[in-house]
Design a binder for this molecule. Sequence first.
Ligand code: CO8
Length: 259
Amino acid sequence: METYQDILVDRPQDDILLITLNRPDARNALRNNSLLEITETLCAAAADATIRVVVITGSQKVFAAGADIKEMAQLDAIGALIDNRPEYWKAISAFHKPLLAAVNGYALGAGCELAMHVDIVIAGEGAKFGQPEINLGTIPGAGGTQRLIKTVGKPLAMKLVLSGEMIDARTALAAGLVAEVTADEHTLERTLALAGTIAGKSPLAIRLAKEAMLKSFEVGLEAGLNLERKSFSLMAASADRKEGIEAFLEKRKPKFSGR
Ligand code: CO8
């Protein structure tokens, strides 16, 4: 397995890849290199049929404290414009396999935005989410003003982005920012268990379901329903759908091939 500077990469089970953000001295701040390493890892995972789900996590105390403020401070306007960061974020959101996050501690700024890029967030009860960029005299730069409002609605998104205040895991759960809250010591274990459940499904069905759901953020209902219908129809041509239905009728566990 490749060695990285800012992340650790493991295979806790054959079909799951685990990325651990690992810059403890900078509270896992996401410098450009961190995003590059995440992107490269996801790109390799996309091409590896044995990997069905990817989980991202941080430490017990911090998921990620945001962009690397020291690195960002060096950027002038043109530097920010030609920066590679938006390409890395695009690559993360284009990852077609399920991406889960196990979040303990702080998920702030770009850390909160990273959580919003994944498909399912499981948070420890001590997790804190926020967009504190306003405290630095700036605004979110990786989708915080767009994804947060679509995820939690206007009142809470405005409160977070305009005040820089944080919310706790239970509030994030109630607002729909996270899917589940667990005891801090079980966050990763629970996320890996959920990843295992998803990894056992048809990767083809998972891919089309993810694609159709994410499309709903971008297109109107009619276009979204159209995509769903076409993907649903396409699944009728797959070995996985045949296997899933046969297994049900034969009262056995399905074995999905991804074809
Ligand atoms: N970037 C770089 N270094 C960081 C960051 C960060 N985001 N967060 C913490 N660090 C560093 C600190 O500078 C410190 O380094 P050193 O030991 O060299 O002094 C070390 O990590 C430990 O930090 P603390 O002592 O503050 O650690 P605590 O455990 O007491 O607190 C917190 C943890 C609450 C996470 C705290 O560190 C904090 O508030 N961090 C900043 C959070 C933040 O503002 N995030 C938003 C970042 S901005 C962003 O994401 C996008 C916009 C960027 C625009 C930047 C314009 C210049």
